[in-house]
Write a protein that binds this ligand. Sequence first.
Ligand SMILES: NC(=O)c1ccc[n+]([C@@H]2O[C@H](COP(=O)([O-])OP(=O)(O)OC[C@H]3O[C@@H](n4cnc5c(N)ncnc54)[C@H](OP(=O)(O)O)[C@@H]3O)[C@@H](O)[C@H]2O)c1
Length: 438
Amino acid sequence: MAKEVRVGLVGCGTVGTGVARILLTEADLIEKKAGVRPVLVKVATRDWSKPRPFTVPERLRTTDWREVVESAEVVVELVGGTGVAAEVVKAALRAGKPVVTANKHLLAEHGRELAALAKEAGTVLLFEGAVGGGIPLVKVLKESLVSNEVEEILGILNGTTNFILTKMEEENLPFEEALRQAQEKGYAEADPTFDVEGVDAAHKIAILANLAFGGFVDFSRVFVEGIRGVELLDLRLGRELGYKLKLLAVAKRRPDGKVEVRVHPTFVPLSNPLSTVDGVYNGVLFKSNYLGRLKLQGAGAGAMPTATAVVQDVVQAAKWLAECGRAADLTPLGWDDGELEVADDFYTRYYLRLAVEDKPGVLYQIAKILAEEDISIAGVLQQEWILKFLPDRSEVVPLIILTHKAYESQIKRAISRIERLPFVRSAPVLIRVEEERF
Ligand SMILES: NC(=O)c1ccc[n+]([C@@H]2O[C@H](COP(=O)([O-])OP(=O)(O)OC[C@H]3O[C@@H](n4cnc5c(N)ncnc54)[C@H](OP(=O)(O)O)[C@@H]3O)[C@@H](O)[C@H]2O)c1
């Protein structure tokens, strides 16, 4: 008979209930496939009277997370946030017990401290469910690409914002209406700030950058811009130009050794495979020196996909305990080493939409400013077809400029000069353009 390993679960909400369900119903399958049997021995949540889609047997229930930490050999934290969750994770690590979590917020902001604690205690912190829900992104970075230098990661890492942008594009809905539909379907929280403002995707790309580049990313240095300001007009114009708008999370290693870690609405060429990742799905492209490009796509959130990833880690920790008597991760990849140097500025292409008076000389003066800031123009559009997207044929017309690659600081300087020109009628719209085509 396979060795049994005691597993405790703190947090029995969306994902926690899914984990309890898999561990309690699939133990035989896991034992057959993995040669070890994780046994759920205790589950803590605040209020057991709340209805849950899976009933946890009475004998396993508690409201005190400390009981879970005491009774288990592997501790699963699925509370979320940085309060109680941090207490649970620290207590378990200090007791030398492997911890499995899906808490990207905690990892992105306190991962370095927690990884150091795990190392000191001779145990592990596993977090496959924290990034990309059920998509095995952490496993790919830690295992499949162990022999490769990762050069770049492009990801659609937040299903809520991807759903909103897809709705806006496919049904011509304004942002607020698309958000309302996301909330109605349960894809967006009542308070959608973390998703909509790009913070959730930023937490995830910071974690992936840590793993990919072998160092720690100071989360406060990650550039974050959400989708609240996205206008339908730009989605439509982008489509005409051969792009789709996505909230893209980017992590790139630059030739100067610095890393760019950023999240912002981005025009992605229709020939890039991420352009077809729609709705609540997540998708990620890895670029590495020997493997080249690798795309992974799947359910980036949700109870059972995320629970699948969490259980993968539980089984891994259980196998280590069964085989060696302790859990030891030989490839922490950057979690407890030095700090990565995050670039202040980044280098990309831009789409600039200006509302200008329709008169001669306008383009000349704008082009002059861009040239003075050393920004090269890739294309200018002020054609009849743009007018069909406007509610009325006013005196003010949109002028679209696509640039070649430039530093963000250059384009910001140019914009601050352009918006002071007397014929520019409203604040320019700036959208970054990803040029990676396949
Ligand atoms: N939902 C997803 O699709 C998804 C995807 C990827 C990662 N994650 C991550 O997974 C984690 C859990 O997310 P979730 O969506 O499952 O959250 P959730 O539905 O809000 O569940 C959180 C659970 O924690 C429990 N809890 C709160 N304080 C507690 C305490 N002091 N002691 C014991 N239990 C306590 C709550 O108990 P009560 O129910 O009794 O109030 C609730 O059951 C988060 O870090 C989240 O970022 C979620």
